[in-house]
Ligand binder design. Sequence first.
Ligand SMILES: *[C@@H]1O[C@H](CO)[C@@H](O)[C@H](O)[C@H]1NC(C)=O
Length: 393
Amino acid sequence: MQTTFIALVALLGVCSAAVVQHQLIHRESPKFQMMRRGEWGAYVQHKAALRDANPSVYANVPQNVNDFGDFEYLGNITIGTPGQQFLVVLDTGSANLWVPGPSCDGSCKGKTEFDATKSTTFVKNGKAWSIQYGSGNAKGYLGQDTVAFGGKADQQLAVPKTTFGIATHISSDFKNDAAEGILGLAFTSLAVDHVVPPLINAMNQGLLDANLFTVWLEHKGSANDVGGGVFTYGAVDTTNCGPVIAYQPLSSATYWQFVATSFKLGSYTNTKNYQVISDTGTSFLGGPKAVIAGLAQALGATYHSDDDSYYVPCSKNIGTLDITIGGNVYSIQPVNYIVDVGMGDTCVFAAFAFNNFGFGPAWILGDPFIRQYCNIQDMGNQKIGFAPSLQKN
Ligand SMILES: *[C@@H]1O[C@H](CO)[C@@H](O)[C@H](O)[C@H]1NC(C)=O
C-alpha cells in the first residue's frame, strides 16, 4: 500500500512540488569590521595591486561584484545522503555552489569539508573548476550529489543530481570567515563552466510550486549571528513582504539584471537607462563614479581617498534615496543607506563607485535596496518583483 502511494505521487510529479522557507542568519560584513579597525584602505589597495599585477586574470572579473570581504547573509544547506551540513553565503550575485573538500590545503582550516565517501548518492565528476573573486580565487574539482536548502533540523528543499564545486583551495581572506562556502542563486549563463545552479536545477526538475523565490532581508545593523531574514523558494512571501508593487522584466538572465532609469537624493538627480543588478552578496549600492559623487555631495558626505569610502554624520537625514524602475519610484530610507559601522558619530554612506568599463551592469543594488524591498525573483518568467519589506525594527 505504502509503495503504491509513493509510486502514484511520483507519477503525478506536481504533487511533490514544494514551498520551502530558508532561515538566514545575519552577521556583520567583514567590510564594516575592516572599516572600524581602519584596515579597509589597505584591503582596497591589496585588491587594486592584485588587479594591476594580473591584468589578464582579472579582465573578466567585474570589480566589487562577488567580493569575499562583503557578505552579510548566511544559511545552512546539506549535501549528500545522509546530509552533511554547511553554512554558506546566499548570493544572488553569483551562480556556482562550492564547499571545502577533504583535499583542501591550509586555506580551509577549521571549516567543514565535504566527504564524498560518506554519501551514498555522490557521483564523481572530477572536472577542474576555478572561480576568480576580487580578492583571490577558489578552485578545486566538480562532483554531483543531492543538495538540500535548509539545515538538517529544518524542512528542506532537496535537489537531487546537483553539480557543485569541491574546493582544494580558497582565497586567504575567506579563511577566517564563518561562511564555509558560497551558494550562487543567479542563472546558468553566469555560472563558471555553465554548471547548472542548484535552484535552477530544482526548477528544471519541477520541484518548486512556482518557479520563483522571495528574498526578505532583515535590518540588523552590526548584530552578529542573529536571525537575518528568510528566502522562500516556490512562493511569494506574504508574511514578511507587503503587496507586490510591480514586476520588471529582466534585461539579462545572467545576473538578476534589469533597467533602472533614475537615481535621486536631495537636490541631485541622475536620469539615464542603466543596467543594474540585484545582489544579496554586496552590502552597499555600487554605481558610476560621477553619479555616486553627485549623490554623496547632495547628502553632504565626505570622501576619504585612503579607504575609498564616503563618511557622513550618523544623524544626517535629507530623506529617501529614490530609484526609478519601470516608472515606479522605490524609496530607500536613511536607515538603509547610512550605515553605522561603530565609529562613534561617524557613519558610512553605503555606496561605492565602480567602473564596468562599458560592459556588464553599471549598478549593483545590494543589501540597502533589498532590505527596503523584498525581491521576488521569478526564474520561470525571467522577471523580478518588488514589495515593501516588513521590518520588525
Ligand atoms: C545552522 O545550523 C546550526 C547547527 O545545526 C544551528 O546552530 C544554526 O542555528 C543554523 N542556522 C540557521 C540560520 O538556521
